[in-house]
Write a protein that binds this ligand. Structure first.
Ligand code: ZN
Length: 258
């Protein structure tokens, strides 16, 4: 992980726990740059810490072994499975998401340390309907695309080539969904293939966090290099720092004259 390069020593967040929690690489990319004389920021970030389950979200990505394996020995971390969660707090930041009834204040990426086997299983399960559909189309297409074969099909019934393609599409998707379901059942004893059943996600839910978008199916993205900036990406040691106090005299220094 690259070192942080913080240059704005005038910033009221400079050197505080709040700055460490925001975990920006440089002051220029910080979203709070230029409007930091607000004591609410420290209060909001303290609330963010209070809403963390024991061990904080940092334990998920700091692990050298896979957090999704159920069986021992757990696989070696080779990537990160990212699952976003949101909280209704803080109320003053909360807003309704576009095209959704979910109200979100804080958002945090859960970055599960993941081994190559768990990643392969999750991707295979997710893409199974697509893979089976493409395979079925691959079988049917030569019959439809080859003029001679298509002609003999049309001789039986004019709609037959089209019906074959439709059957491959819908049948392939349905079979793929079924296979994905069976595969998921088989994998469940080996790993948390549905991250929403992970004990840490359940602890987050007890603290009021909900999956972002609240979908029926968990959306998980994979990344080889973990997300290194923003709320929820700071190392676990940051959460143990003393809380940032808002110094009244800082407000005078940063006040902009009319
Ligand atoms: Zn694993």
């Amino acid at each position: 992980m690259d070192a942080r390069n913080l240059t704005d020593t005038e910033c009221t967040l400079y050197g505080t726990k709040s700055c460490a929690l925001l975990n920006m690489r440089t002051c220029d990319e910080c979203p709070l740059k230029g409007r930091v004389a607000d004591p609410e920021i420290h209060r909001d970030l303290k609330l963010f810490c209070d809403l963390q389950p024991e061990g904080t979200v940092a334990q998920l990505f700091e692990s050298d072994t896979c957090q999704l394996c159920r069986t021992e020995p757990k696989g070696e971390t080779s990537c990160y499975a990212v699952f976003d969660m949101a909280h209704e707090e803080p109320k003053q930041l909360a807003r309704r998401r576009f095209l959704s009834r979910q109200v979100t204040g804080f958002m945090v990426p859960l970055q599960f340390a993941c081994c190559k086997y768990c990643r392969r299983r999750m991707l295979l399960e997710a893409y199974m309907p697509l893979i089976v559909t493409l395979a079925m189309l691959g079988v049917v297409m030569p019959f439809v695309m080859t003029e001679q074969l298509a002609q003999s099909l049309r001789a039986i019934a004019p709609w037959l080539p089209l019906a074959l393609v439709a059957a491959a599409l819908f049948g392939g998707y349905a079979i793929g969904k079924l296979l994905a379901f069976l595969y998921r059942k088989r994998c469940e004893s080996m790993m948390f293939i549905d991250v929403r059943r992970h004990p840490f996600v359940q602890k987050m839910e007890e603290k009021g966090w909900r999956p972002l978008f609240n979908d029926r199916k968990a959306r998980v993205a994979f990344t080889n290099k973990r997300i290194g900036k923003g709320l929820g990406t700071a190392p676990s040691a940051v959460y143990d720092l003393p809380d940032a106090e808002y110094a009244e005299n800082n407000a005078e220094n940063t006040e902009i004259p009319d």
